[in-house]
Design a protein around this ligand. Structure first.
Ligand code: SF4
Length: 689
């Protein structure tokens, strides 16, 4: 059988995969040696992809109120309910909640339908839970949501700092590249994480800082950069806000970090002593009620010292999901327009409106994820379409979100699986093609666009998400705008729009592909953006020019804020995260017994002193209760976590309590700038079950 080049559907590393159909519905899997992201490597999740493509548990046909229905009937019903709701209650009475696992073409169509034709910006995504604070921090500092660097910077750096990023488990191939560079050239690695996570295995220094103290740590670093005379110079000519940011930094007390003076000194020496330093961050920074400030505290240090946009140096946000970046490019967040244009900017709105020939353009930002489900709860949103995600399990206050969805007048869910915490709440279920069954593109954390390719026939009657959305758009009366017949045509339209955006100052420009043919799309190899006539890939900002109106970067004065305090009823602060071998709510990885061998059930990492105090022994069961819900977890006694700061993974679901569904415990508190929820900080009580 022919081997097909495609891309892994899991994390934001975006590894190239060689998939070889076995002719019996299965796939042989290998890493693509020619893909720049992984150069042949795969982690255990990627290498097990062939074990996850069976049809067990798949949604194979449309369903209306539980009974099997034809596609025409289901699509007519979705279009009719959305059209009627909008006619009666206005465009803001409907919403789409989508996913960083959609392909860019799917995402583009969803965004166009909601923002240009329905006339609301009530489209948000589970990427809000992942990297919205990175987006907001980039936009504050650079003027645009731009990742300046490339993966190879981790290999060219002398020092790499991982902040709130368990790269070893969450971005394993990037970790392998870093570990290999460390072996080859002695790269020094610092891990900043309250928990001694697996990434500490290669750390020269582990800073187990106080939870939420990242901004304090980087404020102290900024003050030290200035004290050592490393700030200013050429870099200062390209900065606004330096004095204010430094004044705020100088007001930060070292005690806020919970670290010893000697540890801080070691960190400062490593960071300041390396010209080539990369600071990688992920959810430990973003998933916080002050995530955007934390991001800007990191960016401040790189901006002030000029360590940005050149080989081996820069701040680097790594995204959790395979296409969080593609979602950002199409404007899949409620507060963005397509191609990194701004919804608040009239000229940007007019350009997109004109390009789409849009009858009703959204004029203001829509509801972000947490607010969107609050609007579902109180009836402001009366028709909701959930696509490729499982919010009844993964949103903060998940029980409340599940109740809100259950009470909504009309809920359509597009999914590959028949039975999830969310599909059971739907009025209409639409079967979607899964990885291996669909064509499109994804963008990884270094801005590299790669093709996912169809290698298998769709399961049952499943259809591609872009097509399902387009068919609803046609049925709502906009056949001219949604009449594509292939994802290549959608990609070409997106690329053409990016050229217009580039003319308005957007950094996202892939207009070189605006005229792409079906054959060229089939053959499209991985490429970095921008891809305009004057610029082909590479880094941003090394020339000191930023995307703000002044062309100067903006440093932000950051006043660190500790997380919400624990109280007598809920005296523990629960940290949450991923395990190495599972992905999201395990709809795919749960199909592989091999992947479940690593960690087979939901667990609670508990410090020995806490376990002794609570009379909990290893492998016993603990009931974990918060103000919003409860979970029951297997106790794992370990000094990887600090006293009072247990950890639990986020993958397990369950339709009835008690379960390992830990997002039921997490509060709906959000960062005020980005709207990203504080998923890493739930105050809980723990007792034997
Ligand atoms: Fe897939 Fe990420 Fe593993 Fe690469 S590192 S194989 S993209 S899960």
């Amino acid at each position: 059988m022919q081997t097909i080049r495609t891309t892994c559907p899991y994390c934001g590393v975006g590894c190239g995969v060689l998939a070889t159909p076995d002719g019996k519905g299965g796939l042989g899997i290998a890493g693509d040696p020619d893909h720049p992201a992984n150069r042949g490597r795969l982690c255990v999740k990627g290498s097990a992809l062939g074990e996850t493509v069976g049809h067990g548990g798949r949604l194979l046909a449309p369903r209306i109120h539980g009974r099997e229905a034809g596609w025409d009937e289901a699509l007519d019903l979705v279009a009719h309910r959305f059209r009627d709701t909008i006619a009666e209650h206005g465009p803001d009475s409907v919403g789409f909640y989508v996913s960083g696992q959609l392909l860019t073409e799917d995402y583009y169509v969803a965004n166009k339908l909601m923002k240009g034709f329905i006339g609301s910006a009530n489209i948000d995504t589970n990427s809000r839970l992942c990297m919205a604070s990175a987006v907001a921090g980039h936009r504050r500092a650079f003027g645009t949501d731009t990742v300046p660097g490339l993966y190879e910077d981790l290999e060219l750096a002398d020092t790499v700092v991982l902040v709130g990023s368990n790269l070893a488990w969450c971005h394993p191939v990037l970790y392998q590249r870093l570990a290999a560079a460390r072996e080859a050239r002695g790269t020094r690695v610092v891990v900043v994480d309250p928990r001694r996570a697996a990434s500490c295995d290669i750390a020269d220094l582990h800073l187990a800082l106080a939870p939420g103290a990242d901004a304090a740590l980087f404020n102290l670093l900024l003050a030290e950069i200035a004290r050592r005379g490393l700030a200013g110079g050429d870099a200062a000519a390209h900065l606004d806000g330096f004095d204010e940011a430094l004044a705020a930094a100088r007001g930060t007390l070292p005690s806020a970090t919970g670290l010893a003076h000697s540890q801080l000194r070691q960190f400062f020496d490593l960071w300041c002593g390396s010209d080539k330093v990369v600071t990688v961050w992920s959810q430990g920074v973003n998933q916080s009620d002050s995530g955007t400030d934390k991001v800007n505290a990191i960016l401040n240090c790189h901006l002030a010292s000029g360590r940005i946009g050149r080989p081996g140096m820069g701040p680097f946000s790594v995204t959790g999901q395979p296409n969080a970046m593609g979602g950002r490019e199409v404007g899949g967040l409620a507060n963005m327009l397509a191609c990194h244009l701004e919804i608040e900017n009239p000229a940007h709105r007019e350009a997109v409106r004109g390009f789409w020939n849009a009858p009703r353009m959204a004029e203001r930002p829509g509801l972000k994820a947490v607010d969107m489900f609050r609007a579902v709860e109180d009836g402001r949103i009366k028709a909701l379409w959930i696509i490729c995600t499982n919010p009844a399990a993964t949103m903060p206050e998940a029980d409340r979100v599940a109740r809100a969805i259950a009470g909504c007048d009309f809920v359509a869910v597009s999914d590959i699986m028949a039975r999830t915490d969310t599909t059971r709440l739907a009025h209409v279920l639409l079967p979607a093609t899964g990885w291996g069954e669909k064509d499109g593109t994804v963008t990884n954390s270094e801005r590299r666009i790669s093709r996912q390719r169809r290698t298998l026939a769709p399961a049952g009657q499943a259809r591609d998400d872009w097509r399902i959305l387009a068919e609803v758009g046609c049925r709502m009366g906009w056949a001219d705008a949604f009449g594509w017949t292939s994802p290549a045509q959608v990609f070409a339209e997106h690329a053409a729009l990016s050229g217009i955006a580039g003319g308005l100052g957007s950094d996202f420009d892939i207009s070189a592909h605006a005229g792409i043919t079906a054959a060229e799309y089939d053959a499209l190899g991985p490429f970095l953006w921008p891809q305009s006539a004057g610029r082909q890939g590479g880094r941003f900002f090394g020339d000191g020019r930023f995307h703000t109106p002044s062309g100067r970067a903006r440093m932000v004065a950051v006043t660190p804020r500790p997380p919400q305090p624990v109280d007598a009823d809920h005296p523990f602060r629960l940290n949450t995260g991923r395990v190495r071998d599972h992905w999201h709510t395990m709809t795919r990885t749960g199909l592989s017994p091999r992947l479940s061998r690593h960690l087979a059930e939901p667990f609670l990492e508990l410090h020995p002193s806490d376990a002794a105090r609570l009379d909990l022994t290893p492998a016993s069961l603990a009931e974990v209760c918060g103000p919003h819900g409860r979970a029951v977890l297997r106790v794992l006694v370990t000094d990887r976590v600090a006293p009072g700061h247990p950890f639990a993974p986020m993958h397990w679901t369950g339709e009835t309590a008690p379960s390992g569904r830990i997002d039921a415990l997490v509060p709906g508190t959000v960062d005020p700038v980005s709207g990203q929820p504080a998923l890493k900080s739930a105050t809980v009580a723990i007792r034997p079950f």
